[in-house]
Ligand binder design. Structure first.
Ligand SMILES: Cc1cc2nc3c(=O)[nH]c(=O)nc-3n(C[C@H](O)[C@H](O)[C@H](O)COP(=O)(O)OP(=O)(O)OC[C@H]3O[C@@H](n4cnc5c(N)ncnc54)[C@H](O)[C@@H]3O)c2cc1C
Length: 344
């Protein structure tokens, strides 16, 4: 008996946090690895393009139809794989919501991902752009991922190094696009052996505001949820995909050329000697923060967040993103790179 069903002409508006209208020619829900073996062995699968979809919080459907197969990752389960005095290693299904995993760790006093609280999306998508926020990244805790290659029909385990995690990217974002991440293994630390990471100034400010002088895993998570709610519009009320662009990584000569335009240009230095200039600052500097055009705009709370003002189509958001990119390049000579995956 067949375990997968082929849903045809599926409305994917509820499946993307930009809340733009689009339909998928086919949609298949993947609940276990057997579904994937069945899929690649079916004649219907061959010669069609496919898109792996998690929570749709980092994609933009640019067109009214996606003429291919959307594979919706719904693989569940959080299991303890091993444990020692100090650590717990968890194996988590790719379709688990990232926020549920953070909740699990906070409830069980396990440290390592509390700074990544409230990031939408699925666990399976987290290694794709090596999710990060407030001084932490998935790669800090990542051990390995289990993938299924849709081209070869084979499953395998990739240790962290093979995933090539980097700032908002990985091998899955760059070259290895044919695999679905079915499970992720992370190693977190038991509270009594763990020091919370409050190095990011804004976290300390909020903890102070909350009157917390000895932060715990839970209080850091709560502080970050508060910070995020203040800064980033909730996609349930206003469609968005978080930061639309990546921060700019450049060498010292480029940094100095921007500094010659504005001596107050914020930046920080990476250990490898490159510099990071916040894209939000560049966009704000060019006058885009809070601007609105019919159905689309730039959030007034955060210049990196492009928003659907209600009835936007994907192509309007692409139009705005390209307009901003051209303008920042014309004014400051820097090319912004989208962080969001644009699906054409
Ligand atoms: C309000 C808001 C705030 C955000 N804040 C942050 C933040 O602080 N830090 C941050 O890093 N990101 C942030 N994001 C972006 C987003 O939440 C993350 O990138 C998240 O990991 C995307 O998960 P998803 O399941 O929604 O992926 P999707 O949007 O469904 O997919 C994203 C990409 O990953 C691929 N993909 C998805 N699942 C898999 C899989 N199982 N195997 C292989 N490829 C897969 C897709 O094909 C697509 O290319 C934010 C987004 C929003 C809406």
């Amino acid at each position: 008996m067949s375990g997968i069903s082929w849903e045809k002409n599926v409305d994917v508006q509820p499946y993307n946090t930009f809340n733009v209208p689009s339909t998928a020619r086919w949609l298949v829900r993947v609940q276990n690895i057997s579904n994937l073996y069945e899929l690649v062995n079916s004649t219907q699968f061959h010669n069609k393009r496919s898109l792996i979809l998690g929570g749709g919080s980092n994609i933009l459907f640019a067109n009214a139809q996606y003429d291919g197969i959307v594979l919706k990752n719904e693989i569940q389960g959080i299991k303890i794989q091993s444990e020692d005095d100090q650590h717990v290693t968890l194996r988590v299904g790719g379709g688990v919501e990232w926020v549920s995993l953070v909740d699990y760790c906070v409830q069980n006093d396990l440290g390592g991902i509390e700074n990544l609280s409230l990031i939408p999306g699925t666990v399976g998508a987290a290694p794709v752009q090596n999710i990060g926020a407030y001084g932490a990244e998935l790669s800090d805790v990542l051990v390995a991922v289990e993938v299924f290659d849709l081209d070869t029909g084979q499953a395998r385990t990739m240790p962290k190094d093979e995933c090539e995690p980097k700032y908002r990217g990985s091998i899955f974002k760059d070259t290895l696009k044919s695999v679905m991440i079915c499970a992720v293994t992370i190693r977190v630390v038991k509270a009594r052996f763990y020091s919370v990471n409050t190095g990011y100034g804004l976290i300390r400010d909020v903890l102070l505001e909350l009157g917390i002088s000895t932060p715990t895993i839970r209080s850091v998570s709560e502080a970050i949820c508060l910070l995020r709610k203040r800064k980033i519009p909730d996609p349930k009320s206003i469609g968005n995909a978080g930061s639309f662009f990546k921060n700019v990584v450049c060498d010292d000569s480029i940094r100095r050329s921007i500094e010659s335009v504005d001596a107050n240009t914020p930046f920080y230095r990476n250990p490898d000697g490159t510099y990071v200039i916040p894209a939000a600052w560049l966009i704000e500097k060019c006058g885009w923060k809070g601007r609105q055009f019919d159905n689309v705009g730039v959030s007034s709370r955060h210049a990196l967040v492009l928003v659907n003002l209600g009835r936007a189509e994907g192509r309007e958001i692409v139009w705005l993103a390209e307009l901003i990119m051209r303008d920042v390049q014309a004014q400051l000579g820097l090319l912004l790179t989208p962080e969001v995956n644009i699906i054409r």
